[in-house]
Design a protein around this ligand. Structure first.
Ligand code: PMP
Length: 431
């Protein structure tokens, strides 16, 4: 790695002085961004970074349609949701049209974490149970409740006593036939339910990121999540589909990850790409669940559903539709997957890869690929960053390269990314 310049060092020091050290930076060398366009970010010197990581700016950085909608609404009004406003109703109706008819109510939040927090509280009231099941390296957000059911925080955040976890990565990254995968996963979830019953908690919800991003990006064959939905219903709990990562056309196969799995979800939580960077989230649910919750408490969120966010979110849906970004995600995802397999498949550090639409994970191993290698993964990420290509990693030990670019990622962007990977292969980064 090239050593840091005085300016870069000063920038990192300034950030630490103001923001402290809670939120570590990506990359050994800081990426100092001043503007963006489509799948590209630019620093003050005009360097053009190819953004292969950003699902928030799903319809592209500095999207003109989103900017216009926001500007227009700011010139009208932007206040809270306890007056009657068309923007929240128009968007509410629109977003519900993307869900099965049984999921017929929506409430707005400002983030994925808030959405999951509310969803878990609703699940508890509706079912009368406390227990929650997640995957072993799940991440669902930062509130006290949600972080206590997010094992990926590590040992610094105590996990809830009412939590049971299920390992899925070993099964979904192997070569087992689909029926065996289903059997094993169903058995494991059944054990988790039993554990919660034995602990006196019962099962309120199975909360699943529908692409299992932090577990290593595990789309799996479509369908297995629906078996889990049926199983949790049988024990009196519900399925919460966390669509913060998998939603809004990301997987290329369906608008939502749970639909890709044909799963009967009871609640879906959304955020990140919803308004292309304007903070917005939502909880979509079957009305019976909301009625139970409303009978004993209320929910008011000052900024949730504010008209500026709603207009931005509407512009995002317009862009996804008009530019056919669902089909585009599938097509570009296939292109990336095929070319990466061809380039990396024979390298000694390649341990496998998975993808759904524009969400790809590539496992990096030691030089004989016998074990995972987070250091080698990090070296690849930092080398790409020095070539102005932005990606990151995921998985329990950070040894899975994670690609999740804006949905507008083009064929020319694929070419540039592949060119950079090819250089890294020549330089020996993949063994
Ligand atoms: N759920 C998942 C699956 C996520 O990946 C994240 C954020 N990385 C969240 C929830 C939390 O969203 P936010 O950061 O908007 O609170």
């Amino acid at each position: 790695m090239a050593s840091l310049s005085d300016d870069e060092r000063a920038l990192i020091e300034r950030r630490k002085r103001i923001l402290g050290t809670m939120g570590p930076l990506f990359y050994d060398r800081p990426v100092h961004i001043v503007r963006g366009q489509a799948a590209h970010l630019f620093d003050a010197s005009g360097n053009d970074y190819l953004d292969c990581y950003n699902n928030v700016a799903c319809v592209g950085h500095a999207n003109p349609r989103v900017r216009e909608a926001v500007n227009d609404q700011l010139g009208l009004q932007d206040t809270h949701s306890r007056y009657v406003q068309d923007e929240i109703l128009d968007y509410g109706e629109r977003i519900l049209s993307y869900f099965p008819t049984a999921m017929d109510r929506v409430n707005f939040t400002n983030s994925g974490s808030e959405s999951n927090d509310l969803a878990l509280r609703m699940a508890r009231v509706f079912t009368g149970h406390q227990g929650v099941v997640v995957t072993t390296n799940a991440y669902h957000g930062i509130t006290s409740l949600v972080s206590s059911v997010s094992p990926s925080f590590g040992t610094g955040v105590p996990l809830a006593p009412f939590l049971a976890t299920v390992e899925i990565a070993d099964v979904l990254t192997g070569d087992l036939p689909e029926s065996q995968v289903n059997d094993i996963l169903q058995q494991r979830f059944a054990c988790a339910f039993q554990k919660l019953h034995d602990g006196g908690f019962g099962v309120s919800a199975v909360l699943l990121d529908q692409i299992f991003s932090s577990d290593g990006i595990l789309p799996g064959a479509p369908g297995w999540v629906n078996h889990i939905a049926q199983a949790v219903h049988r024990v009196g709990g519900i399925l919460i589909a966390d669509e913060v990562q998998s939603g809004f056309a990301r997987t290329g196969e369906a608008f939502w990850g749970f639909q890709r799995h044909h799963a009967d979800a009871d609640i879906a939580t959304i955020g990140k790409p919803m308004a292309n960077g304007i903070p917005t989230g939502a909880v979509i649910y079957k009305h019976q669940i909301g009625e139970a919750f409303a009978s004993c408490t209320r929910y008011f969120n000052t900024f949730g559903g504010n008209p500026v966010s709603m207009r931005a979110a509407e512009a995002v849906l317009d862009e996804i539709e008009d530019r056919h970004l669902l089909a585009h995600a599938q097509q570009i995802g296939e292109q990336l997957d095929a070319q990466l397999h061809q380039l990396l498949g024979g390298t000694s550090r390649f341990r496998g890869m998975r993808h759904a639409g524009l969400f790809l994970g590539i496992d990096i191993g030691s030089s004989d690929s016998a074990s995972s290698d987070p250091q080698a993964t990090r070296a690849i990420i930092n080398r790409l960053r020095d070539m102005f290509i932005l990606i990151s990693s995921s998985g329990p030990d950070g040894s899975t390269l994670k690609l999740r670019p804006p949905l507008v990622f083009s064929s020319a962007d694929v070419d540039r990314f592949m060119q950079a990977c090819s250089t890294l292969v020549d330089e020996g980064y993949f063994g």
